[in-house]
Design a protein around this ligand. Structure first.
Ligand code: PLP
Length: 259
């Protein structure tokens, strides 16, 4: 028996099981990889929103990372909720020392409008975290927060991509899902452009979409796929997971990984 590809998520926990570490590990299992986790924060969360959040101490984050890397090893890393400037800086410093591809999901605010990153951490995301990314996967709100570029049409996506690439990630995937019409994303490294289109799905149970997409990209990279191939496969996976999203509690239900 040989081990499956090794994928690590550095992210926050969602007690409701829809997003964060829980979505990441489900995605990793569904895609035939071995998922591992470095927990950065714990949220009390359900389908209605985030009721509370607690950061882990920087030493606990460092120790989890060292435990995984020094013994097991990683073939790709994905980051999600990092909460504070101190945690962003710590994670960026750890990831600067890895040869594994790194997918950065620059998580800012949840669908319910709950802040998952302090405003004081934005600068560390721009100057420390994005430079270590193989692929960064911001949505349009995160693009606006990080670059000031407001995307209102597909043509703005190019401008947004250039503004994010200026911070140093090798590739950027701008998720245009909030625009009207098809769900259109732009993947580019500044020279190649890949436009990814999926029909808009009529399902409001989409909690965990961003976490799932970034994790699926990391799984593809851990398997040795190119960035465009990994992103294409991840988009297909997340589209299926959104189509299968189900109601839970009294609010927004999660995407489903068993489709
Ligand atoms: N909770 C945690 C711990 C997350 O990491 C994220 C997104 O990255 C969310 C909640 C938000 O999920 P969504 O915006 O899909 O509802």
């Amino acid at each position: 028996m040989t081990a499956p590809p090794l994928v690590l998520t550095v992210a926050g926990s969602d007690s409701g099981g829809g997003a964060g570490i829980q979505a990441d590990l489900k995605t990793m299992l569904a895609l035939g990889t071995h998922g591992m986790s470095v927990l950065t924060a714990v949220t009390a969360q359900n389908s209605r929103g985030v009721q509370g959040a607690w950061e882990l101490p920087v030493d606990a984050v460092r120790a989890q990372y060292r435990s995984v890397v020094d013994d097991i090893g990683v073939q790709a890393v994905k980051t999600g909720m990092l909460s504070s400037a101190e945690l962003v800086e710590t994670v960026a410093e750890l990831l600067a020392g890895t040869d594994a591809p790194v997918v950065i999901d620059p998580v800012g605010v949840s669908k319910h409008g709950d802040a998952l990153l302090a405003a004081s951490a934005l600068d560390a995301v721009r100057t420390r975290l994005l430079p270590v990314a193989t692929v960064a996967t911001p949505n349009l709100d995160e693009v606006a927060q990080l670059t000031g570029v407001r995307v209102e049409s597909e043509t703005d996506l190019r401008r947004a991509a250039a503004a994010v690439l200026a911070f140093g990630p090798r590739w950027v995937l701008i998720k245009g899902g909030h625009l009207a019409g098809d769900a259109v994303d732009l993947l580019t490294d500044g020279s190649e452009e890949h436009w990814l289109r999926a029909p808009r799905l009529d399902n409001r149970h989409t909690h965990g979409t961003g976490c799932t997409l970034a994790s699926a990209v990391a799984c593809g990279l851990a398997k040795g796929q190119s960035v465009p191939d990994a992103v294409r496969a991840a988009k297909e996976y997340v589209t299926g997971a959104i189509a299968a999203g189900f109601p839970l509690g009294g609010g927004i239900g999660p995407v489903d990984h068993g489709w």
